[in-house]
Design a protein around this ligand. Structure first.
Ligand SMILES: Nc1nc2c(ncn2[C@@H]2O[C@H](COP(=O)(O)OP(=O)(O)OP(=O)(O)O)[C@@H](O)[C@H]2O)c(=O)[nH]1
Ligand SMILES: [K+]
Ligand SMILES: [Mg+2]
Length: 365
């Protein structure tokens, strides 16, 4: 039996199985099986035959990478042509774009690489169209934009989410707080720091056995589900922020625009009419969680022209690396002005966490 058949069989069995206390273990086991098969399918796709796909191996550049994912003809290429200097062919027919086209958005001093991609369809994760290549690119992004056509039915959004989820991409989710370490012996050691309502020791053990793991330490630091436990065991999951962009609002009623705009992580735009694109860029910036930090030399004013672009929650150590790779070894202390400190300036060490628009002066040994 082929792997796709196996997957569909397990999926059918899950659908057939009633969800209740008595079937909890059985369902948990089926889910683990499903995740394992999907993993095999993906690994197969990365082999020499499946390949990365011609036209998809675009170099990473700039401070962050954003991938445009959507059904055909939702306006992905139109967006690229509008917010970057790069042109990507646009047309009213489906699958106009066949490769990965990179453009650059300059925003708040950052260079953000925006990737226009072919449209994907249901079944993309199993190799329909160029789905697998598109999804492989999405995995390398710092932010996924799911672009929807506001005039089309809402189900499109959920279908895309399912495709991405089925290949291990987790959108707008935190990594489950479970400590998991396979061991050489000693059996399964299971502990929890809180009350668990989804998983108990027995279910955890059964799921681990499904992965042929018989010795491990598992510590639940929060009330995770069986799916989250499986994510931790499988490991190769990526947790990405996601922004939902509804395009073509020039074609729908204002009440509908208002409703879509109020959904979480959502922005409404019209690429053709250039409506609300500034807001899209601002939301993109927020979801990327980038900050700008200014450096200053002793006795000189800060360099507000050429800030450093960093991730939010970055430390002084990250700043040092961004300035020069050997700076940390000469580091004595730093002076920081801004919202991250109580006093301005304040003397801080390498572990101090920086805020957006802080100014820093590094003092060397
Ligand atoms: N009404 C309206 N049409 C738009 C808007 N943006 C794009 N379009 C139209 O939608 C069609 C598809 O646009 P593309 O940019 O080619 O779409 P795509 O998502 O790149 O399509 P594929 O590459 O085929 O997946 C074109 O005819 C565009 O002119 C918009 O804001 N409003
Ligand atoms: K198109
Ligand atoms: Mg296109």
């Amino acid at each position: 039996m082929g792997i796709l058949e196996k997957i569909s069989e397990v999926e059918k069995e899950i659908a057939r199985t009633q969800k209740n206390k008595a079937t909890e273990y059985h369902l948990g086991l089926l889910k683990a099986k499903l995740a394992r098969y999907r993993q095999q399918l993906l690994e197969g796709a990365q082999g020499p035959k499946g390949g990365k796909g011609e036209g998809f191996d675009v170099m990473k550049s700039g401070d962050a990478r954003v991938a445009l994912i959507g059904f055909p003809s939702v306006g992905k290429s139109t967006l690229l042509g509008t917010v970057t200097k790069t042109e990507s062919e646009t047309a009213s027919y489906e699958f106009t774009t066949l490769t990965c086209i990179p453009g650059v958005i300059e925003y708040k001093g950052a260079n953000v690489q925006l990737l226009d991609l072919p449209g994907i369809i249901e079944g993309a994760s199993q190799g329909k169209g160029r789905g697998r290549q598109v999804i492989a690119v999405a995995r390398t992004a710092d932010l996924v934009i799911i672009m929807c056509d506001a005039t089309k039915r809402e189900a499109q959004r959920r279908l895309l989410e399912v495709e991405l989820e089925s290949v291990g991409i987790r959108l707008n989710k935190m990594k489950p707080n479970i400590y998991f370490k396979p061991k050489k012996g000693g059996g399964i050691h299971f502990t929890a720091m809180c009350a668990l309502t989804h998983v108990d020791e027995k279910l955890c053990q059964m799921i681990l056995h499904e992965y042929k793991i018989f010795n491990a330490e598992v510590l639940f630091r929060e009330d995770c589900t069986a799916d989250e436990l499986i994510d931790v065991i499988v490991g190769s999951r990526v947790y990405l922020p996601c922004l939902y962009v509804y395009n073509k609002i020039d074609q729908i009623a204002i009440e509908e625009v208002d409703r879509l705009a109020r959904q979480p992580h959502s922005v409404v735009v019209s690429c053709n009419m250039k409506l609300n694109l500034d807001n899209l860029l601002e939301c993109m910036w927020e979801h990327l969680a980038l900050i700008q930090v200014y450096t200053k030399k002793r006795g000189c004013p800060p360099d507000f022209e050429d800030g450093l672009i960093l991730r939010s929650n970055c430390t002084v150590e990250h700043v040092c690396h961004a300035i020069h790779r050997t700076l940390v070894s000469h580091f004595k202390y730093a002076l920081v002005w801004g919202t991250s400190t109580k006093y301005s300036p304040q003397r801080v060490g390498l572990q101090h966490i920086m805020n957006h628009e802080d100014v820093i002066q590094v003092v060397k040994k």
